[in-house]
Design a protein around this ligand. Structure first.
Ligand code: PEP
Length: 247
């Protein structure tokens, strides 16, 4: 399977800025040997769809409602994202967990909404610095996997991506060591094997996110069992992101 490189714009880029970015990016990654997904703000989805038409690049959103429809002012449903042209959606990003108090239970409902609408969830999990310093990383990852994936069917899992994103590495310039990433990947696959099957634990894509730059991308991509990268800050420049995609 090809490696997957995911861009997370966070709350950056208007629709017009997204157009300029994608027009610059597309020729730079024309010969890439990787799958690429670009997760844009809701207001840039229509522009993303237009610019990415007839390209293999997957258009993505950064959040979805845990509800199907109804009186939930300000929310955007999975069905709306599907119709708008999204293929993948980030869920459980640490910025949403921290700033908007999203829980693993809510994230589980969001994943179910996405899967019901044939969208691929990119589930973000990972520990805080305090949790790592107090040897709770394993416990935290196990709990996140257990609750976020609760009630799912094995055959739904192969459409998902799990992003291991240690919170202390996001936007900080601090990068997890290859051993820390490798241990987390093994743990994630082991838990999935326990709850579902060994087959799907091997099939599901597991990627790493946290302070990725063109200089460290190639080295990280050599980690055994790692299927790709989730890139925040360094995805905002088309040239920089293309260097990661081409790493
Ligand atoms: C992210 O937003 O998921 C992320 C990994 O950010 P950064 O690359 O800036 O650390």
């Amino acid at each position: 399977m090809k490696k997957l490189i995911i861009a997370n714009f966070k709350m950056n880029k208007t629709s017009q800025e997204t157009r300029v970015y994608l027009n610059e990016l597309l020729p730079l990654i024309d010969n890439a040997d990787k799958d690429v997904a670009i997760c844009v703000p809701f207001t840039s989805i229509a522009m993303g769809k237009k610019c990415l038409k007839e390209t293999p690049i997957l258009l993505g959103a950064q959040n979805v409602s845990s509800e199907e429809s109804g009186a939930f002012t300000g929310e955007v449903s999975a069905r709306m994202l599907k119709e708008a042209g999204c293929k993948v959606v980030l869920v459980g990003h640490s910025e949403r967990r921290k700033n908007f108090k999203e829980t693993d239970q809510q994230i589980n409902l969001k994943i179910k909404q996405l899967l019901n609408n044939n969208l691929s969830p990119i589930l973000c999990i990972g520990e805080t610095k305090l949790q790592r310093d107090t040897d709770r990383t394993v416990e935290v990852i196990k709990k996140q996997i257990e609750t976020c994936l609760s009630g799912l069917y094995e055959n739904e899992l192969k459409n998902m991506v799990i992003a291991y994103e240690p919170i202390w590495a996001i936007g900080t310039g601090k990068i997890a060591t290859k051993k820390q990433i490798s241990d987390a990947i093994k743990l994630i696959r082991k838990e999935i094997s326990n709850y579902f099957s060994e087959k799907v634990s091997k099939e599901i894509r597991v990627v790493y996110g946290g302070s990725i730059k063109p200089e460290n991308a190639r080295e990280l991509l050599s980690i055994k069992g790692l299927d790709g990268l989730l890139v925040g800050g360094a995805s905002l420049g088309a040239k920089t992101f293309s260097q990661i995609v081409n790493a």
